[in-house]
Design a protein around this ligand. Sequence first.
Ligand code: 6GU
Length: 228
Amino acid sequence: MRIDVVSIFPSYFDGLTLSLLGKARESGILDLRIHDLRDWTSDRHRTVDDTPYGGGAGMVMKPEPWALALDDLAAASERPTIVFPSPAGEVFHQTTAREFSGREHLIIGCGRYEGIDERVFEYAASLGEVRLVSLGDYVLNGGEVAAMAMIEAVGRLIPGVVGNPDSLVEESHEDGLLEYPSYTKPSTWRDRVVPDVLLSGNHGAIAAWRREQQLARTASRRPDLLND
Ligand code: 6GU
């Protein structure tokens, strides 16, 4: 899978050389390329923003560098999925991560300031499938941190990235419920004991207990997950 990221702060993404994603990149399973939007400017100051029409606070990202970047990067595949992290987008869920992990080519455009000129999204739709995607109902300073979260969520679903594929099955959100609690040795620690059933060796009882725990903590922490 290929992922191209466009940002004015490419060094945000240095962390994606680490751990499982770093290994996936080294092995070639994940072709992740980070680009500086300013490389598609041509003025002396490498300008990427300007004042908003209609007035208002802050600056807006100019369309020209974005169009040149998208032209170059979209030419690498048939019809890429072009993702713009945005608090005004659809909410990113595990189902979205699954969907994106099946794509051959993602382009992720990270906006800053008050956002990107709206015409860029229209233009991008002529090059691929455009998705505006939000991490949730709060505001970040730009798309970079959101893009990193999405890349990690998508990347770990690519076959071969997570060593033991069983560990992808029993985690939070894969079955619509929160994950069951986990324990390791010692069985007693600072007067706290591991639930007896987990030491019983009774696999049926353990599975039933874990399911109950999933339902109980989902009902208590995330009742919204049970009602739709
Ligand atoms: Cl994707 N971008 C920004 N700037 N803020 C966010 C977000 C994205 N998701 C939640 N907040």
